[in-house]
Design a protein around this ligand. Structure first.
Ligand SMILES: Cc1cc2nc3c(=O)[nH]c(=O)nc-3n(C[C@H](O)[C@H](O)[C@H](O)COP(=O)(O)O)c2cc1C
Length: 255
């Protein structure tokens, strides 16, 4: 379960969400956005492990200090909110590994066995993927959206909400272009709120019209070329990473 704190414009009572999570029986929660500090006591009491997703090493260090079980390090390539410092995973993951003691889950830009092998080489203990799982048989989104990701290149994402210091990486569609225009003209959030609502994103996912709303997608959409089921995806990804480590890299070091 994911608890994302403070990235939407509407007022949310997060204590109620925390209570639902604590009573749900889940063993682990992924927190993101603001620090999970206000909720740690309740999560600890419920025996729930907290994994906090961070886009900066200093946030990861703070999360470690307040007692999270692990951190997810989200590189600039990621779908969704990469923060405002634009540090890619190639630097952010080892920078985090240099200073943290808790396990590190790498995320952002990982879509295949090469990404997994690279993340492990950079010091991560595991990986997380968002965009890749959108393009699986099980993902409950329209086939057209999955196909649009299969057809996209790594250059087809846009950063929106930068002028509000709440940057989000999304698919470059009509909505992203319109929002960018409004932001460039100095517009305020009230002018774009209607374009980027969660309802509109759901409409895009369900109708298959990629221009119906904001569509959250990461740069690694450009690496995705098929629509497997999750079992096939994981098996291929792990076996490709093993081949890279045991054969390609091993050959390089033994030469
Ligand atoms: C459709 C979609 C919705 C997402 N929604 C959230 C969210 O609500 N909260 C959150 O913390 N991250 C969210 N993310 C970000 C992912 O959890 C993850 O950090 C990101 O996808 C990693 O980058 P990748 O897409 O390159 O794998 C979302 C990602 C996608 C693709």
């Amino acid at each position: 379960m994911n608890l994302t704190v403070g990235v939407v414009a509407t007022e949310i009572n997060y204590d109620e969400y925390v209570e639902v999570i604590c009573r749900s029986g889940v063993k682990t929660v992924e927190t993101a956005g603001r620090s999970p500090e206000p909720f740690m006591e309740r999560f600890n009491e419920a025996g729930i492990k907290v994994i906090h997703k961070c886009v900066a090493v200093r946030h990861a260090l703070k999360a470690e200090r307040i007692g999270v079980a692990a951190v997810i390090i989200d590189g600039f390539e990621c779908a969704g909110h990469p923060g405002e410092e634009d540090v890619t995973g190639l630097v952010l993951i080892p920078a985090a590994a240099n200073t943290l003691s808790v396990p590190i889950v790498a995320t952002g830009g990982i879509a295949d066995g090469r990404g997994l092998a690279a993340a492990l080489a950079l010091g991560a203990d595991g990986i997380n993927m968002g965009t890749r799982f959108m393009v699986t048989e099980e993902a409950d989104i329209h086939q057209n959206i999955k196909q649009s990701i299969v057809d996209m290149t790594e250059t087809q994402t846009s950063l929106i909400f930068r002028s509000f210091r709440n940057t989000a990486r999304v698919y470059t569609n009509d909505v992203a272009r319109k929002v960018s225009e409004i932001e460039a003209a100095g517009g305020d959030f009230s002018e774009i709120h209607g374009l980027v609502s969660g309802d509109k994103q759901t409409e895009a996912w369900q109708s298959g019209n990629i221009d119906a709303g904001m569509v959250t997608v990461g740069m690694c959409g450009g690496l995705i070329k098929d629509i497997p089921n999750c079992k096939q995806l994981i098996e291929t990804l792990v076996s490709d990473a093993e081949t890279i480590i045991d054969q390609r890299l091993a050959k390089m070091t033994s030469a």
